[in-house]
Ligand binder design. Structure first.
Ligand SMILES: O=C(O)c1ccccc1NCC(=O)[C@H](O)[C@H](O)COP(=O)(O)O
Length: 220
């Protein structure tokens, strides 16, 4: 099995960036959503992104952001990619790509087959999909909620679609997630935190150890 790309999201400290990249993160995500405990201002993100440039792909995560906010983020922080984590339509993805010239990850909230079928709208439009769990009722955040969805829904999915599996991944369940889905990418955030927004070095190590163990079992 090919090693999946691994995206660790919601990072706000250089120490955490260095740690996850040393352990093998291919992508690191920065949250631009004020209600999130992981929110970073564009000037702070600019320093974090400058710190890791060239060592991992940097992703600016936004939620239904208008052009002005995207412009502020892109010109201040210079991310490698944009993640659209709201209700952005396929047409909006096309517009954002044209305006900013950056690859786009489109997040999709999944609970049912019908949710997953929406993926077709973004085929050939988004550079990658991020399949996250639908937020629980009453949640304040569209992502970072630490909840999983039924990974068996992905069994019938076209395997050529590039995507990150997301939602509630942690060191305890990532081996099963990989066994069920064979996902080409993994994305996670709260599963390596000790409290919302606080990344925990021991949990980061446990997660990457679990991924390595799962992959070595698969190739043994
Ligand atoms: O993490 C947040 O606080 C967040 C807020 C608003 C929009 C998106 C957000 N996170 C995006 C991500 O890509 C998370 O990694 C993804 O939702 C999975 O989170 P988790 O279930 O905690 O692993």
């Amino acid at each position: 099995m090919k090693r999946p790309d691994i995206k660790i999201c919601g990072i706000s400290r250089t120490e955490t960036l260095d740690h996850v990249i040393r352990r093998g993160a291919s992508h690191v995500g920065f949250i631009f959503f004020e209600k999130s405990p992981r929110h970073v201002e564009p000037d702070v993100a600019a320093d974090l992104i400058a710190h890791v440039r060239g060592r991992a792909k940097t992703v600016a995560v936004t939620v239904n952001a208008d052009n002005d906010l995207l412009e502020e983020i892109v010109y201040a922080a210079r991310p490698d990619m944009l993640q659209l984590h709201g209700h952005e339509s396929a047409e909006r993805v096309v517009t954002v790509k044209a305006l900013f010239g950056l690859p786009v990850i489109k997040a999709l909230s999944v609970r049912s087959e019908a949710d997953l079928a929406m993926i077709e709208e973004y085929r050939g439009v988004a550079d990658r999909m991020l399949l996250d769990a639908k937020p629980p009722a009453g949640a304040d955040l569209p992502g970072g909620n630490g909840v999983t969805f039924d990974w068996r829904l992905l069994e019938a999915m076209d395997p050529t679609i590039p995507y990150f599996l997301s939602g509630g991944l942690n060191s305890e369940n990532v081996a099963e997630a990989l066994a069920v889905t064979g996902a080409p990418g993994l994305d996670m955030s709260s599963g390596v935190e000790s409290a919302p927004g606080i990344k925990d070095p021991a949990r980061i190590d446990a997660f990457f150890d679990a991924v390595e163990a799962a992959l070595s079992l698969k190739t043994a």
